[in-house]
Design a protein around this ligand. Structure first.
Ligand code: FPP
Length: 240
């Protein structure tokens, strides 16, 4: 099934990688074990994107709300995230993957900010796949930050409030320069957006599946792409 030609491939896929904790708990393992398996699933799906012609992959790796989890899970997850980025940096460079991290990195300190910026810089000329990782990200945080940026421009006399439109808001978001996702996949059987890309998902096709993220396979990914290919996207217009 995975070698199959798809008639229309989404340019930009966003994923809420849910189900790591339950996957681990079912095996009587700590939740961090599930997150580690989740990184393996992630590697698999990054390869699938290249293979099936997806150009941008955006992942919800750590939400602004994840701080509410037990401290051991929060610190374990952060360590896993940043150590995976360091460990995979060379492979991103050699596989043509451009990395971009969105979200509020300030709480993680200057060393993390520096490491992320260096990896973004090292991969800046890669064009096979753009990998966007949302860390300490929340859709509401993104919109509030954009409002603040625009308010400062207005207060400084560099922007008229009448000139604020969808385009200027989109350009003030952390995802500026990225097109909106065409397809958003959420694994793990929950049917919600959980404060992911609230503005950017306005016309995105939403695909929910029961598979827990550590088990999400190439066949599951292709299933989502096939479902997407059957969708008729109207963006508020009629079929005619
Ligand atoms: C949701 O599962 C998953 C997360 C909160 C973290 C996902 C992060 C990774 C897979 C690591 C990413 C690493 C890089 C380098 C991007 P959950 O814990 O909410 O699962 P549950 O719903 O079963 O409790």
């Amino acid at each position: 099934m995975s070698g199959q030609e798809l008639c229309e491939v989404p340019y930009h896929v966003a994923i809420v990688m849910d189900g790591n904790g339950r996957w681990a708990q079912r095996r009587k393992q700590p939740r961090i074990f599930g997150h580690k398996k989740g990184v393996e699933a992630l590697r698999r799906i990054i390869e699938c994107c290249g293979k099936h012609g997806v150009s941008i992959l955006t992942l919800f790796a750590f939400s602004s709300e994840n701080w509410r989890r037990p401290p051991a899970e929060v610190s374990g997850l952060q360590r896993l995230l940043f150590s995976s980025l360091v460990a995979e940096a060379d492979s991103l460079v050699s596989n043509g993957v451009r990395l971009r991290v969105v979200g509020d990195l300030d709480p993680f300190g200057p060393d993390v900010v520096d490491m992320v910026q260096r990896t973004e810089h090292r991969t800046a000329n890669n064009h096979k796949l753009e990998l966007v990782i949302a860390v300490n990200y929340g859709g509401r945080w993104d919109i509030v930050s954009a409002c603040r940026k625009l308010a400062i421009k207005v207060a400084e006399g560099n922007l008229s409030s009448d000139a604020i439109d969808e385009r200027s808001v989109a350009e003030a978001l952390s995802t500026s320069t990225l097109p909106d996702p065409d397809l958003c996949i959420r694994t793990g059987g929950e049917y919600r957006i959980s404060n992911f890309l609230l503005w950017q998902l306005a016309y995105t096709e939403l695909y929910f599946c029961e598979v827990l993220w550590p088990e999400f396979s190439e066949d599951d990914f292709v299933e989502a792409l096939k479902w997407y290919a059957t969708r008729q996207r109207r963006f508020g217009k009629t079929q005619e």
